[in-house]
Structures are given as C-alpha cells and as structure tokens.
Design a protein around this ligand. Structure first.
Ligand SMILES: *Cc1c(COP(=O)(O)O)cnc(C)c1O
Length: 416
C-alpha cells in the first residue's frame, strides 16, 4: 500500500491554511464553509480518506490470525500505525500504545482496569473543575462501586487551574490524578509537567486527557512524565471510532484485562484463561483496523505540517481571535487562565448561545453552543451555556473575521 503524503510535506515553516484547505475535500464540497468546530471533531484530509479506502481495496484482512500473506500485510500495517502513534507521543515502546475507540474509551479502560484493581475504599482520585464529562463520569461510576473519594481541584478567578488549591488537595490517600491537558470548554492549557511533579512527589499516578492537546501541540509523554495519556483520532484529523491510550509499561504489565474475547488470550480452557501481554491484553476482539491505519496517516499528516508550526499557527490565530472578539461591545470571552489555545468560548449579551450559533450557521459559520460536555465547569462559571469557536490547521484570519461579522449580524438582528 502506498501511503499518500500530504501535498505540502515538502514545505516547511509556517502553516499556509489556504493551501491546507485544499487537502480537505469538505471545503470543496461545501463552498463558503467557515468551520470553527474542530474541538468537537476535526475535518479529514484526503490522505486519510483515501488511505483508508486504499487499505480496504488492497490490503484488507483480519489481523493477528491469518497465516496467509494478506493477513500478515494487514497486521503489519496495523502495527506500523501503532509505531506512528508511539512516535507521535514519544512513548518509549510501541507496546505502551493501546488502540481504543476514542478518548472516552481510553479513560474508561484506565478506570475499569487500573482503577478497579488498585483503588480501595478511603483512597482518593483527584480531578479538576476543567474536566470533560469523559473524565468525570467513569470515576463516579467506579467510586460508586468501590467507595473511594472523588476530589475536585478548583479553577482560579481567571479560569485556569488553581495550582495552590490543587496541591492542597493532594494528600497521602491520593492514588490517581486525572486531569485534562487542555480544557475543551474554555481553551485553558494546564501545566501538566508541574502537575506530574506534584502528583509523583505524593506517590500518585497521573492520567492526562489529551483529546484537545494532541491536535494542537507537540506531546511528549516522557517529558511530561505522565503515567497514562489518552487522545482521540477524530480530533487529530483522523477517523472516528479510534483513539489511543498510552500507558507506562510497568503499569500496563500489571493491569488486568477489562474486556474478554478473541485476540487478547494466550490459552483458554473452561476452567482458566491466560492473557496476552499488553497491548493485546487490552484489545479484545477484532479491532478498528482501518481506523488505526487512518489514525497513523493522520499523525503522519500532522508531523508533515510540523507540530511546532501547528502550535505557532494556533497561538497566533487564538491571539487574533481574542483581540477581535474582545473589541466587540456586548461580547464576553470566557476566561481561560494564563494560557488560552485554539478555543474561543464566549457569550453575547442578551442572546442565548443557541440563537447565536443558529444565526452564525445562516452565515455558514459552524460553531458549537451549549455546555460542551463540561457542565460542572459551565455551572461553576455561572453561565449555563456558551458559544464556542475552536480552531484547526485549515483556519485563518478570514474565518475569525467571518465569525466576528456574523456575531455582529446576530446582535443587529436581536436588537430589533
Ligand atoms: C472530545 C473530548 C473527550 C472525548 O473524546 P471522544 O473521542 O469523543 O471519546 C474527552 N475529553 C476532552 C477534553 C475532549 O475534548
């Protein structure tokens, strides 16, 4: 199979969103589309769409079972994708990468395998007020089974994580810290290296929800020194239904399976079953083979653009958006702490966020309105709902201008 390389892989330096848009067929099929909802799910480059189709055309067979060449080739492509994800996160070895259905499933895996086997009544799991429901609900479900305490570190007045309060909540019973790298509802970046140092100093393990960070900044799990890191393929310009969990080898090795079935066993009798080593132990059944291969192509695409270049692009465009929106009367940006990236969450005085989003849609500006799967945070901020624009590699200043103009049109319309 020939893996398609992005058109501009030869280019280096700053991103050229206009050229990048030509890599994404959705923009050709939907003329005038201003897509500002990549935080919910990113669009897919032709390299991913065609690469998945090409795999089905040329190389498809189930993995890890067949003795025939086609199955061996399919297995090789699937394992190559794992190696690409290893490089994307700078994990030490490919066996530390488990393919999962998405960010949600990655966190549920850690809860139901590591959590269910390690946590005891009286233990504590520390999360933050900035979490997506995916990093709240699995811990509540497990807490209700086991009886540990779920402790929540608050935000500060600017909307960032209150580090002093976080540290104060780290105690001798804290077994796990589970926090987002980048808050999806507001765009606040968390100081994950500092959090790792503090957590490990108290003997706690650290899980990071990287669903919003992985598409935007270079991620190095060794430099962060986290124990688990999850992200989803569909937000990193890859297919839906696939994501990855990084787990430190010593931890994965000691963790029991959470789902049973084919592909994860060594030997099965009706009395007793022995299990494969990680990552197979955690990939029961036929995996999303094409999804993994598509994710491999997507991370190749991001590497070809340059992770640092993507970050610089997101930073510059975020600054432009903050500047543009904060100069508009009646528009209030939601605070995102010391460092905001890629997400502009705002309210327009006198207009419900759903009405704002509806008017924006009439101007072909696609944004999200609501609590963004972070209801406790939005409640804490006393907001109920916000309108959220989130950026991707294909956005440029003209998209922010279109957003601002459409917001102004909504204001005009509702003033009547
Ligand atoms: C999207 C998102 C999730 C959930 O990821 P899925 O891929 O939809 O399962 C979890 N956390 C954050 C911060 C997200 O943005």
């Amino acid at each position: 199979m020939t893996l398609l390389t992005p058109a501009h892989s030869a280019r280096r330096g700053p991103l050229d969103p206009r050229a990048i848009r030509r890599d994404f067929p959705i923009f050709e099929r939907n003329p005038g589309l201003v897509f500002l909802d990549s935080g919910a799910s990113a669009q897919k480059p032709a390299a991913v769409i065609d690469g998945v189709a090409e795999y089905y055309r040329s190389d498809y067979a189930n993995v890890h079972r067949g003795v025939y060449r086609l199955s061996a080739r399919s297995t090789e492509l699937y394992e190559q994708a794992r190696e690409k994800v290893r490089r994307f996160l700078n994990a030490r070895q490919a066996s530390e990468i488990v393919f999962v259905r998405g960010g949600t499933e990655g966190i549920n895996l850690v809860a139901n395998s590591w959590g269910a086997s390690m946590l005891r009544p009286g233990d504590e799991v520390l999360i933050s007020e900035l979490e997506h429901h995916s990093n709240i609900v699995p811990w509540q479900l497990l807490r209700d089974r086991i009886g540990f305490a779920l402790v929540v570190a608050p935000i500060n007045a600017t909307g960032g994580l209150d580090l002093a309060a976080f540290e104060a909540r780290l105690g001798p019973r804290t077994r796990l810290v589970a926090v987002t790298h980048h808050a999806n509802a507001t765009g606040a970046l968390l100081p994950v290296e500092t959090i790792a140092r503090l957590a490990h100093a108290r003997g706690a393990k650290l899980l990071i929800d990287g669903c919003q960070a992985a598409p935007r900044l270079p991620v190095d799990v060794q430099a962060i020194d986290c124990d688990f890191y999850v992200f989803s393929g569909h937000k990193t310009y890859g297919p839906t239904g696939i994501g990855a969990l990084y787990g430190r080898k010593e931890l994965l090795d000691a963790m029991p399976p959470w789902q049973g079935g084919g592909d994860m066993i060594l030997n099965v009798t009706f009395e007793k079953t022995t299990f494969q080593d990680p990552p197979s132990r955690f990939e029961a059944g036929t995996p999303d083979i094409s999804g993994a291969i598509g994710l491999g192509i997507a991370v190749d695409y991001m590497e070809a653009l340059g992770r640092e270049a993507i970050l610089a692009h997101e930073e510059a465009l975020t600054d432009y958006g903050v500047d543009r929106l904060s100069r508009m009367a009646g528009v209030r940006l939601v605070g995102a702490g010391q460092r905001r990236l890629g997400i502009l969450s705002f309210q327009v005085d006198g207009i419900h966020p759903h009405d704002v989003a509806t008017v924006l849609d009439q101007h072909k500006v696609a944004v999200r309105a609501g609590h963004h799967c972070a209801q406790p945070l939005i409640d804490k901020l006393g907001l109920g709902a916000t309108t959220r624009a989130s950026l991707g590699v294909y956005n440029d200043e003209s998209d922010i201008d279109a957003l601002a103009e459409a917001v102004a049109a909504a204001q005009k319309m509702f003033r009547r």
